[in-house]
Design a protein around this ligand. Sequence first.
Ligand SMILES: [Zn+2]
Length: 377
Amino acid sequence: MRLVRGVVQHYAWGHASAIPKLLGIEPDGRPWAELWFGTHLGGPSRILEIDESVIERTHSAVDETNGLSSPLVSVAGELPFLVKFLAAAEPLSLQAHPSLAQAQAGYARENRLAVPVSNSRRIYRDPFAKPELICALGKFEALCGFRDPTETVDFLHDIGGGASTIATLLADHDLAHTIQFIFTGGEEFQPVLHDVIAACAQHDSASARWVVKLARAYPDDPAVAATLLLNHVVLQPGEALYLGPGNLHAYLSGMGVEVMGSSDNVVRCGLTNKHVDVNELLATVDPKPLADPVVRAEPVARTSAGRLWRYPTPGAPFEFFVHQIDGTETIRARARELTMCGVGTTDRLQRGEVCFLQKGEELTLNGQATLFRTTEP
Ligand SMILES: [Zn+2]
């Protein structure tokens, strides 16, 4: 078994104590947004190949580059997926991810225009799609996909004020037209936006409360109003969101395990100080309503000491399983796999730790734990 050392990303929206607590270490005052496991160049993991029982295990999930570790890529090769612990104290940007065809075309276009990959205005940093799955470890709040427009019209009229202006537009046209109006209205949209925010301050709903909260940080950002078109979701532990191409989403708060295609292709449209490209977003977003964004695991197998479920992730460069263990269980990797211990602990893989398994490799664990297993499809 090879323990994988992750790389911490201290993004400003990160939670100060959730990931340190998971790892059993003291918070250091910085935000711990993400802990990455994979071969992505933005944070390549390293591995421990020595007998892990004889080393000090504290901090073993986190990279502290020292002589005992070597790059994961040297053993695993490039992995097509990236696995993370993610802990958000503040909302992330409103965003969508391109399809593979869009990513390939966009990457080629920006290469032709000679936009450096390091340029903050560059959108397509590689030619890959970036489907994402987030599986909640506790209560996890997000905006994901468009609510049914009929429901949204009723909801916006209930809020009233500027929200009624958007409701009328949506009732007379469609989601695509309404999104375009919000994001391309410029100065003309600002009075509507400020009326929307004022009306939301008087409305008792989670979506309206988020509008008020987001407007404190981004008072003139039309994306604040666009959040009212989206499903507000509160995931319970074990529930997930799967964000395929074109899904408009924003994580709001909470902790989870995130798996994604190993790519940087994010089209942002607001709630951020990073580069926003509205035209590219309008070309990327899928304006179809999403009735039920919550993805639930489906049972795959059961043994005396284990239960295995799989999350449906059509089109993804990964398969994602949850494996609950109570006793002694041998797991066998069907393909290259990162196995993450998210809850509980076992004799060899402790909470917060991740190991890499080659295709066909077996690992026998004893304990009570929830493992999150990501493999190639
Ligand atoms: Zn995303």
